[in-house]
Design a binder for this molecule. Structure first.
Ligand code: CA
Ligand code: CA
Length: 250
């Protein structure tokens, strides 16, 4: 704890570097006897006292996803709506809703452009999605949400011609306030993909029929985990050129 001889600042808060006085800085002062130029003098010594942080409001955010389709065609467009409600009792400060869509509802990287996955929260656009590990996540800032208030979050995307066989939209609401129940802050919707080619039954991968005629680079641009997988005739995408029943050999 820094102590300062207060000859120049007695009775006033210390000026901040920018010249403004701190509204929160408080001082606790007392007098001590010190020798100044050989003479004993009473000198006022002050210590800064940090204000106690205000307790955070308590706000129970609840995420509810509207029932969506239980199946979805590979290559089709989908939209999900999630309602985030503040069950109070206090205000939900800096509320943010984060939808995660998995896995890989996209085509090739060149086709993964802004706009392919979009979201809005209370009518305002969400941030651009971040794609990794087969999941697209993005943040939708909401701001303060009063007790009893709710906001609608809409997520829209197109399932790529390659996807998982199970799709999920996992939406979680966060707040800077204290949420006493984090379990109900998350809502998940699932759909099973339909229209997958039976020639490619491996690894829970769903591939749509041509056109276009896809190659291995199109299918798994972000990872090399999906090499050497099974192919059955008629192999509409011609992924097994040597006809040994294995596609995309490593
Ligand atoms: Ca909650
Ligand atoms: Ca082969």
């Amino acid at each position: 704890m820094a102590a300062a001889i207060a000859a120049a600042v007695v009775g006033a808060a210390a000026p901040r570097p920018n010249g403004a006085l701190s509204s929160t800085a408080k001082k606790r002062c007392h007098y001590v006897v010190k020798k100044v130029h050989g003479k004993k003098k009473r000198v006022r010594v002050c210590h800064k006292v940090k204000p106690k942080p205000k307790p955070k409001p308590v706000a129970d955010l609840v995420a509810l996803v509207a029932p969506g389709p239980s199946t979805a065609d590979v290559g089709s467009a989908l939209s999900y709506t999630v309602t985030v409600l503040n069950n109070g009792p206090g205000v939900a400060l800096k509320t943010e809703v984060e939808p995660a869509i998995g896995w890989f509802p996209i085509d090739t990287p060149e086709k993964f452009l802004p706009g392919q996955i979009t979201g809005t929260a209370g009518g305002k656009p969400c941030e651009e999605p971040d794609v990794s590990e087969g999941e697209a996540t993005f943040a939708c800032p909401v701001g303060s949400l009063a007790s009893g208030a709710s906001v609608q979050v809409t997520v829209s995307f197109r399932i790529g011609r390659v996807s998982g066989r199970e799709l999920y939209v996992d939406t979680t609401a966060y707040t800077d306030s204290r949420d006493p129940n984090e379990h109900n802050s998350e809502a998940i919707a699932n759909a099973t993909m339909t229209g997958c080619l039976p020639s490619y039954p491996d690894r829970d991968i769903c591939i749509a029929p041509p056109p276009p005629d896809l190659n291995c680079d199109d299918l798994f641009p972000y990872t090399n985990l999906h090499v050497n997988w099974a192919v059955a005739d008629p192999d509409p995408h011609h992924l097994d050129s040597d006809h040994d029943g294995v596609a995309c050999e490593s």
